[in-house]
Design a protein around this ligand. Structure first.
Ligand SMILES: [Zn+2]
Length: 434
């Protein structure tokens, strides 16, 4: 859900996109080997119960095809997103939506909200064909989807509905600041932190259950091992859940989330089903590493810093652009809500070029979590390597991507390098101590 929600969230997405890498991966675990644009909408274990690991020759071909598609889609998605925003902006539709909102709402806050609702709905509809193609059709082709089209679309609409209520908060705050302070970009970046913190506390408890069921683990033995590991990691009083992620997709994942004492350890049912207990221990050790090393908090700081930089940069470039195209845009200053698509275009482009940095930070956290996972779980390197190999097999994650793609787009190190690392970890350590 995280990414699906983000997609339709528009604004929040941009906000998160900068950040998505650090934050999502800090929460999202080992699994998403790449996927900054991973669509949450899909999912699946194809009904076939045949084991997908180890990879058959046929599935290896699928993996290569999926990797190739994703490489192209990363760029396509970027340009489609910008194209849709540009269409809304240059057609004057944004200005017309604002006029409509002004006619039908009185108080400034409701004008903003009405505009935002119209904007998000239009953006959703224009993006829908692409979302269906990427999120449902392609995922179905690769055997991930476990839902009917209507079930998938229902969840997509639910995400849109949620975004209508959440996105207004940062948007209203942003325009309120723009119209009051020259240093709006700094204030907004600072204000975004408590907002994101609240979202991170609320989302797993309030929003995630709208899409999936979170229940105690079916297998008490697995639960015991996870709890024992948490104990060892110093995570006390955590709730352990298994989520029926297979309802949507056959992809595998896990995460540990929580701030201020609310701790949730979540395992996808697909993980429990396909991974051996020792492999699960390594994966969960990795996730606990993110939690114990406070990666979420560091990510928030990184996000705030990058947000401040992006908005500052935008503030230098956007005013001349508005002056030049004001007739066409139908607004003449940034503080006009009709400028929202333009702001999002800027954030999207700047974010794209910051990708290598934000993803680099994320990959560093992931590597730290891998080390932590090795230490706390105590599993042999080969076990951890098998866990990565299975992630690749089940999620069709390219283990050995082009280094440039990894540098630019991957918020996790490549699985091949992670496998090599865990295989050598124990012997390398012994070498050091000698
Ligand atoms: Zn991780």
């Amino acid at each position: 859900m995280k990414t699906g929600l983000a997609r339709s969230l528009g604004f929040l997405l941009m906000l998160m996109a900068l950040l998505l890498s650090p934050v999502a991966s800090a929460q999202d675990g080992t699994a998403s080997a790449a996927a900054p644009t991973a669509d949450s909408r899909s999912a699946t274990t194809s009904a076939s119960e045949e084991p997908l690991y180890p990879l058959s020759a046929e599935r290896r071909e699928k993996l290569a095809a999926y990797a190739q598609f994703n490489n192209l889609w990363r760029f396509a998605d970027f340009f489609i997103g910008i194209g849709i925003l540009a269409l809304i902006l240059f057609s004057g539709l944004s200005a017309r939506l604002r006029d409509f909102a002004r006619r039908h709402a009185r108080r400034p806050f409701f004008v903003l909200w009405l505009y935002l609702t119209g904007f998000l709905v239009v953006e959703y509809l224009l993006g829908l064909p692409f979302a269906i193609y990427r999120g449902f059709l392609v995922e179905s082709d690769f055997g991930f989807v476990n839902q009917s089209f209507l079930e998938w679309w229902g969840e997509s609409l639910l995400s849109l509905l949620i975004s209508l209520f959440i996105a207004i908060i940062p948007v209203a705050f942003l325009y309120w600041l723009i119209n009051r302070s020259r240093f709006w970009w700094a204030w907004f970046s600072i204000g975004a932190v408590p907002f994101l913190v609240i979202m991170m506390v609320v989302a797993p408890v309030v929003i995630a259950p709208l899409f999936n069921d979170y229940e105690p683990l079916d297998d008490p033995a697995v639960e015991q091992r996870v709890l024992a590991l948490a104990d060892k990691a110093g995570i006390e009083g955590a709730d352990v859940f298994q989520v029926n992620a297979s309802k949507q997709s056959s992809k595998v994942n896990a995460y540990v989330t929580g701030l201020f004492g609310s701790k949730r350890i979540v395992l996808y049912d697909n993980l429990i089903k396909h991974f051996d207990p020792a492999e699960i221990e390594f994966v969960m050790g990795h996730e606990m590493g993110h939690y114990v090393m406070h990666h979420v908090w560091y990510s928030l700081l990184v996000i705030a810093a990058f947000l401040a930089f992006s908005l500052w940069l935008m503030n230098r470039w956007i005013h001349p652009l508005i002056a030049r195209y004001r007739k066409r845009f139908g607004f003449d200053r940034l503080g006009d809500i009709a400028s929202l698509p333009l702001i999002l275009i800027f954030l999207s482009v700047i974010g794209f070029f910051l990708n290598p940095v934000t993803n680099g930070v994320s990959r560093y956290f992931e590597h730290q979590a891998d080390i932590y996972g090795m230490e706390i779980s105590g599993v042999p390197g080969e076990t951890a390597a098998t866990a990565f190999d299975k992630l690749s097999a089940y999620n069709l994650a390219d283990p050995d991507p082009n280094p440039l793609m990894e540098f630019w787009f991957y918020n996790h190190p490549s699985l091949a390098s992670r496998m090599a690392f865990v295989r050598n970890y124990r012997s390398a350590k012994e070498g050091q101590t000698e």
